[in-house]
Ligand binder design. Structure first.
Ligand code: FAD
Length: 431
């Protein structure tokens, strides 16, 4: 009999909790990865760099497991169907995995667990992608937090008071099923092609993180870690990173807490996926002008910081956090376009796309989210430019025609747009 360890967003061998426990508790562990058609078939861009990234990581795992005289079983399909067919091919004792908190993932796991149960096969899941999950950080009454600052205080206090453990497989061969390398589908086999977008390396750049609080707000600097995609797919361990961060820079650690805060919010409020966290904000009559939306997507609004950000996103799959805030605020407040449109566009383009953080970031910018930030604080894209890219280094990098006649005039007047937003928001939700 074998134990399956099902990889999802934890694509590494070391400090992988579910894998470690499978390895410790069981024999004949066979790692499994499913290229999930439920997700992949919905991606319009068949050169999506994220799929290529995942494929590459699976290839690395395939290679690394050869050192253990083992391999990884790779399938392409919908997980419940894949499991049904696996159960007819293998004698499965149990299935180990790491927990995933997104609504789709929870429903998927419940379905798989149900069909395993019918065959008396156990499904064990572990906390791996966060330091604190679900109900671990609550108010004294046991409620989940709705505001970041008190959540982060409790998080930090708990983190400082506990010993965070990391785990290692130690190169022992006995845990894994001994097998010849199993076949690995190519990218083409799963319906995708190579992309020319570059993925930032998995590197904890200590000197950079040490001065993160001073550099992180300036988009022309390489002042942030670019680890988003690695946190998303688990090619880095959050425990390892948080332990480093605690030594290096408190501001950086605080950003990792934001990540967990939004994951917790999504876990307790799955409707935020397509509804305002503060539900009265769903009354806002968005203008949703498609031509204006297209200009925003293309980076042709005539507001240099907005345009630079959108072009950086389109060309590289990345946008600096400061500029994410400015572009999102511009779309929702200056153009009165539904935050869900912007969120969906970012979801298509961002290499580090994470449902919880993207949703949280968009709802924050639109003023519909958890934070106490009132809607009447509207970013002025021009003063943001003066503050964070005074010499226009970032703008010139992404908008080569900036300053020439070819560069478009501002598509709206800041003052007029601001007043319109205030009026529309106020009429919809009051003060
Ligand atoms: P660093 O600044 O080096 O931070 C390290 C890590 O901390 C990040 O990789 C990320 O995991 C986490 N982090 C940092 N800032 C935040 C934050 N504000 N909220 C949650 N986690 C944070 N982040 C995503 O990971 N995925 C998204 O899809 C995403 N969409 C966003 C959309 C909008 C409108 C806004 C305003 C922010 C969004 N963010 C998102 C948060 C933030 O912009 C990115 O995490 C960050 O820019 C990624 O770059 P980095 O890896 O260099 O981050």
């Amino acid at each position: 009999k074998i134990t399956l360890f099902w990889f999802r967003r934890d694509l590494r061998l070391e400090d992988n909790m579910g894998l470690y426990y499978a390895f410790e508790n069981e024999e004949n562990v066979l790692p499994l990865f499913i290229f999930d058609r439920e997700i992949l078939d919905k991606l319009e861009d068949k050169t999506d760099a994220r799929v290529q990234f995942i494929h590459e990581q699976i290839r690395h795992l395939h290679q690394s497991l050869q050192k253990y005289d083992s391999s990884i079983l790779v399938r392409h399909g919908k997980p419940p169907e894949v499991f049904k067919s696996l159960l007819s091919e293998y004698e499965v004792k149990n299935v180990y995995t790491n927990r995933d908190y997104e609504p789709y993932a929870r429903a998927r796991d419940q379905e798989v667990e149900g069909l395993l149960k019918e065959k008396k096969i156990d499904f064990f899941d572990f906390k791996d992608q966060v330091i604190y999950e679900k109900d671990e950080i609550t108010t004294e009454k046991g409620d989940f937090y709705k505001v970041f600052t008190p959540y982060s205080k409790v998080w930090l206090k708990k983190f400082k008071a506990s010993k965070i453990e990391t785990v290692r497989l130690d190169g022992r061969k006995t845990g894994f099923l001994q097998t010849k390398p199993l076949p690995l589908p190519t990218l083409k086999d799963i319906g995708f092609q190579e992309s020319d977008i570059e993925i930032p390396p998995m590197d904890i750049n200590k000197p950079l993180i040490r001065k993160y609080d001073k550099t992180r707000n300036f988009p022309y600097l390489e002042g942030t870690s670019r680890l988003g995609i690695h946190l998303r797919f688990g090619t880095i361990s959050i425990r390892k990173l948080a332990l480093e961060a605690a030594q290096l820079n408190d501001t950086y650690l605080n950003e990792l807490i934001w990540r967990e805060f939004y994951m917790m919010i999504l876990y307790h409020n799955p409707p935020v996926v397509d509804k305002a966290f503060k539900t009265q904000y769903d009354r806002i009559p968005w203008q949703n002008n498609e031509k204006e939306f297209d200009r925003w997507c293309e980076g042709k609004t005539g507001f240099p910081l907005v345009d630079a950000g959108m072009r950086e996103l389109n060309q590289t799959g990345y946008m600096h956090n400061r500029v994410r805030m400015v572009t999102a605020s511009f779309l929702t407040k200056h153009l009165l376009i539904d935050w869900r449109w912007g969120e969906a566009y970012f979801a298509k383009k961002l290499l580090d796309y994470e449902l919880s953080s993207n949703n949280g970031g968009w709802q924050w910018a639109a003023g519909t989210g958890t934070d106490a930030q009132p809607y009447f604080r509207i970013f002025n894209p021009e003063s943001q430019l003066e503050k964070f890219d005074k010499e226009k280094k970032y703008v010139k990098r992404w908008v080569p025609e900036f300053g020439t006649e070819d560069y478009p005039k501002p598509m709206v007047d800041h003052k007029t747009a601001r007043e319109r937003a205030l009026k529309v928001y106020k009429e919809a939700v009051g003060n």
